[in-house]
Each structure stands twice: as C-alpha cells, then as structure tokens.
Design a protein around this ligand. Structure first.
Ligand code: CA
Length: 439
C-alpha cells in the first residue's frame, strides 16, 4: 500500500478514510483477497458454467455479453497501450490468459458495515507471534536487510515491520493475476482512468522482462508481490539488489527489502530519527491540537509540558505532531517525518502506528504503555452516518454523511465538543452520538 504522492500511490486501498473506519476487510495490511477462481476465459467466450433451465440460459447469455464487452474493452485498451509504446508481443503475452474476475469488483465495491477501533487493529497486527516470527526472519535475511539499510538508511527492523504488514514477511502476497485485477477494474469503470494507468504500468514491467506475467500476482486491488506495490510504484521504486538484472518483488528477499527501503527513503525517511514516541500530555492540553497537520518542533511541545512516557528527552523533530488515535482517554504519541513516510505507504494512521510499534518491538523496544479505552465500542458505518447527520442538523457541517471519519467529520465533532465544553479530541463515540441525538 504505497502512496508516494497523490499521483503515484504505491497501494490502492481506500485508506484515506480514517482510523476509526478502517474496514474489517482490509485488516492486517494485506491484500490477500482469497484465491479467485478463474472465470470463463474471455478469449473463448463464456457460459461454460451456466446452469440448465431458462434462468441459466439467460444468465449464460448475459455472462457472454459481459465477456464480449470485456473483450472489446481490452481491444480498445490495446490500441491505447500500443500508442504508449507497448509492443504487440508484450500485449500478446500479457493478455494471453486475461480474465474478467467478478470477485475483484465485489471487493472493490464492498462497504463494510463494521469498523475497528485502533486497539483492536493493533491487537491483530502487532502480535507476539509476529514479533517472534520477525526476529527469526531477520536472522534469515540479515545480509539483505543490512544491505538495504546501508544503501537507503532505513533500519532492518523498520523494513521488516513494513514487510510484515504488507505480506506477512512474504507469506501472503495474494494470488490474483495483476493484469486480471487491473483489467477487471478498468472495465468495470468506477476508477477506469486509474486502472488504465496501472495496467499500462504493469505492461511496461512485463515488457522490461522483470517478471513473467504468470508470476505477476498480488491483491484484488492490483498491489503486487511481497511489497504490495502498485505497478506505478514498482516502476518508480522497485530495486534490483541481488544483481540478477530483474527487480523481483515476488521472489527475491534482497529486492523486496531494498525496494521497501527505497520507497521509505524517497518518502522522506530520516535515518537518524525514530518514527515517534509515546508521550504524556499536560492536564490543560487543548486536544484539538492533536492533529497531524498541527506541527511544531519538539522543543515547543516540550515547553508546553508534553513529556515522553519513559522519561527520556523527546526525539528532536523539526515538525512533530501529536497523535491521539483513540481520543483524549487513550495513549498519546509525538510523531515525526518517519511516521509520515509510513503514511505514504498506506494512508491510514492505524497502519502507520502499527508499523512503528512493530518496528519498535522488533528492535527490542517497548509496546504501548498507557491503557486503551477498551470500554468504547467501534461505531458501525450506519452509526457514523447518523452521527454525521446529527452534526449537520445542529449546524456543525461534517459534509455529506458517508460513514467515514475524515477531516471534515473530525473537525465538526471538535467544534461540537468545544461548544458543549467537552475535550475537543474529534473522536466519535456512542456516547457522543446519543448526546447529539437527544432532543
Ligand atoms: Ca533481482
């Protein structure tokens, strides 16, 4: 899940949504749409699995019509790709077995009703098993990890943490053919321009000889290999570190680790800094300032009474921000540029916090010391929409209710909280919803 800039996301997931609405389906970082059974090949027409009877016949004919439409889309795409320098032979090889995969569309359209709290997410992603597996893994890839660290300045335990979140140290890369996933998303049309650009990038990778199309697999959303790079991120950041002339993020540990380290370095990684540190806030702290956009030097935070929980001096960030992932009652963190580099990989503060904490644990450091407010329930998407509607009705504009907590919703919650004398942490709770809905 890499998001280097708005134009070149390394990963596709819809993690722009906030923390509290991280969907169940995207837990764990990974990919891994379960294996997608190949549907009838487009080239041979469809309908082989049609059930008998009238409804089956009509199902078969609509399926067949869809396959024909998919074939036409591919043909038009082929003309576009040729104009962009893709050779006939590349198209022939890359599209030899291309299939429309309905499940890709199902996953893309899914709007899970349930959301996870940050502690639930961390409980599932930063586990003792993952820490011990990572320490063991590090023994196996020590040379490759040290090589990546020397070249890009990103410590081995940090790269290992990203590797864990993306593909469980390479154990779970997803087995959807990338060409199928992107052609399906392009044909489906909701994000056609994006999918066409990524599919073109995928063809460039095939044309360069880095990977055979049959091995070019990943998530339903087009994120590939052990790094879960989208094709455009691959073109920009993948590295051949083992010297065989191919950038193999599917099978070469050296290439995988170097590619992730290169991504983080280009995303602004600062070699001499931690990602962040757990802190204690002073009693009179204005919680509205716990916002990734509110940045200032660590010395200023320190002067305001922000202290690290372990008593050490704060890391020297030029532009540190306070993160309160579970609201005023939960743990607080001071985060710097390296936390923002994790966000480039996947734009979710839950994800970035998990990477940071996992890296910290892999490096022998502590976990979170303050208690999470585990009595607070995660709001469902329906409840979040009700919260947004209630805020709007009371004149605290949260935008069009969509059940996702973004900047506008958080800001509306803060303004409401301030208006009734509550800590303005912007964190949605059931209690807040009930209070807003009370006559
Ligand atoms: Ca290589």
């Amino acid at each position: 899940m890499v998001r280097m800039s708005q134009r070149t996301p390394a990963k596709p997931r819809g993690h722009g949504l906030a923390a509290t609405t991280l969907a169940l389906a995207s837990l764990g970082g990974c990919l891994a749409a379960p294996p997608v059974a190949p549907e009838a090949p487009a080239a041979s027409g469809a309908g082989s699995a049609a059930a008998p009877g009238a409804s089956g016949a009509s199902g078969a004919s609509s399926e067949s019509a869809q396959q024909q439409a998919f074939a036409r889309w591919l043909e038009a795409f082929g003309a576009f790709a040729r104009a962009q320098g893709i050779r006939e032979e590349t198209l022939r090889v890359a599209f030899a077995d291309v299939r429309y995969v309905p499940r890709v569309v199902d996953r893309d359209r899914a709007q899970p009703e349930l959301t996870r709290t940050v502690w639930d997410y961390l409980d599932r992603t930063v586990t003792p098993q993952r820490v011990s597996a990572g320490q063991e893994k590090l023994l196996q890839v020590r040379g490759e990890a040290d090589g990546a660290a020397a070249r890009f300045g990103v410590p081995p335990h940090v790269v290992l943490a990203v590797w864990a979140m993306e593909s469980n140290y390479g154990g779970n890369v997803g087995d959807v053919p990338t060409v199928d996933a992107l052609a399906t998303l392009g044909f489906e049309g909701r994000r056609e321009a994006w999918a066409r650009g990524e599919l073109l990038a995928a063809l460039k990778i095939v044309q360069a000889g880095d990977i055979e199309p049959a091995r070019m697999t990943g998530s339903w959303a087009g994120a590939m290999g052990q790094t879960q790079f989208l094709p455009s991120s691959y073109l920009a950041y993948a590295v051949d570190a083992d010297g065989d002339g191919r950038r193999d993020i599917w099978g070469s540990a050296a290439d995988v680790l170097a590619s992730m380290a290169n991504f983080l370095a280009r995303a602004g990684w600062q070699a001499d800094q931690p990602w962040g540190v757990e802190v204690r806030l002073p009693p009179a702290f204005d919680h509205a300032r716990a916002d990734l956009q509110v940045r200032q030097p660590s010395a200023r935070w320190s002067a305001e009474g922000v202290q690290s929980t372990d008593g050490a001096a704060l890391p020297e960030f030029g532009d540190g921000a306070i993160l309160l992932p579970a609201g005023a009652r939960g743990p607080a963190f001071l985060v710097g540029p390296n936390f923002r580099a994790f966000l480039r990989y996947n734009n979710s503060s839950h994800y970035a916090l998990a990477v940071g904490l996992l890296a910290q644990r892999l490096g022998g450091g502590p976990g979170v010391t303050a208690a999470w407010p585990r009595d607070l329930a995660a709001l469902t998407r329906t409840q979040l929409m009700a919260l947004q509607t209630a805020l709007n009705e009371r004149g605290f504009d949260s935008g069009t209710p969509d059940g996702m907590v973004g900047t506008a919703t958080r800001s509306a919650i803060r303004r409401y909280q301030r208006s009734v004398g509550l800590p303005a942490d912007g964190y949605p709770t059931l209690e807040l919803l009930q209070r807003l809905q009370a006559p």
